[in-house]
Design a protein around this ligand. Structure first.
Ligand code: ADP
Ligand code: MG
Ligand code: MG
Length: 251
């Protein structure tokens, strides 16, 4: 079993050469293998900053606090080292990588994460099966990463990585944004498969309860102005759907 532990995390974003702005103001969170946690909060509260900081984005500076993966502090690790350690971030705005085919990209990513190239026959089979599960067109494998992909295709591609790379913890930032109901179901099923097959811990960041119909969190955290302000079970998500975040804002 693995544990991802965030302790009293304070984070600033680098605005320019001289200025930073504090975004995270003491975040505490513990996720174990096999657990699904949802973080919900209004726009601009710092949810993506938390996700990017866990993944090691260089724009975000940890002022104090710790991010521990199985007791080891990852805050000094590079993005690649974190991926090898078992962290995976699906981003709110996936990037295009011109000139790199999906096929090469996936194989390189798998090799980087595992420290050795995957056995070709099983790998090709695994990729095909995962693509078929996610209803991704087989032609996709020869296209360039995210180039000309629709929003939904980009999201499916991210979940494809999640299924193939088998991280210990998957961080999904607004994976539901811009998806129609059918795509949302397919993407959610992929997340649930990775969670069930690989005992992956999930940190699901969203500001709508819509995706929680398909991915069932055991724990729901409310995030406002750089901090966790409440936590509970799935019933909390239902309450937020009705009441919004007004009762938390300004506290
Ligand atoms: P959320 O994901 O909850 O909508 P974000 O983490 O994206 O919130 O943003 C939190 C706050 O930090 C916002 O005020 C946003 O403008 C600011 N912020 C985040 N990243 C950057 C950045 N790279 N440059 C400038 N401001 C940023
Ligand atoms: Mg946002
Ligand atoms: Mg965000």
């Amino acid at each position: 079993m693995s544990t991802l532990e965030i302790k009293d995390l304070h984070v600033s974003v680098i605005l320019d050469d001289e200025n930073t702005k504090q975004i995270l103001k003491g975040v505490n969170l513990t996720i174990n293998s096999g657990e699904i946690h949802a973080i919900m909060g209004p726009n601009g509260s710092g949810k993506s900053t938390l996700a990017s900081t866990i993944a090691g984005h260089p724009k975000y500076v940890v002022d104090s606090g710790e991010i521990l993966l199985d007791g080891e502090d990852v805050t000094e690790m590079s993005v690649d080292e974190r991926a090898r350690a078992g962290l995976f971030l699906a981003m709110q705005y996936p990037v295009e990588i011109p000139g790199v085919t999906m096929s090469n990209f996936l194989r390189s990513a798998k090799t980087a994460v595992d420290g050795e190239a995957p056995a070709l026959r099983t790998w090709t089979k695994d990729v095909k099966a995962a693509m078929s599960d996610l209803q991704i067109d087989p032609d996709f494998i020869s296209r360039n990463v995210n180039e000309g992909f629709s929003g939904g295709e980009k999201k499916r591609h991210e979940i494809l990585q999640l299924e193939l790379l088998k991280p210990k913890f998957g961080i999904l930032d607004e994976t539901d944004s811009g998806l129609d109901v059918d795509a949302l179901k397919i993407v959610s099923a992929g997340v649930n498969r990775a969670h069930e097959k690989n005992d992956m811990g999930v940190l699901l960041i969203t500001h709508y309860t819509r995706i929680l119909k398909y991915i069932k969190p055991e724990f729901v955290h409310v995030f406002v102005d750089g901090k966790m302000v409440d936590q509970g079970g799935p019933e909390l998500a239902d309450r937020l759907e009705e009441e919004g975040y007004v009762s938390y804002v300004g506290k």
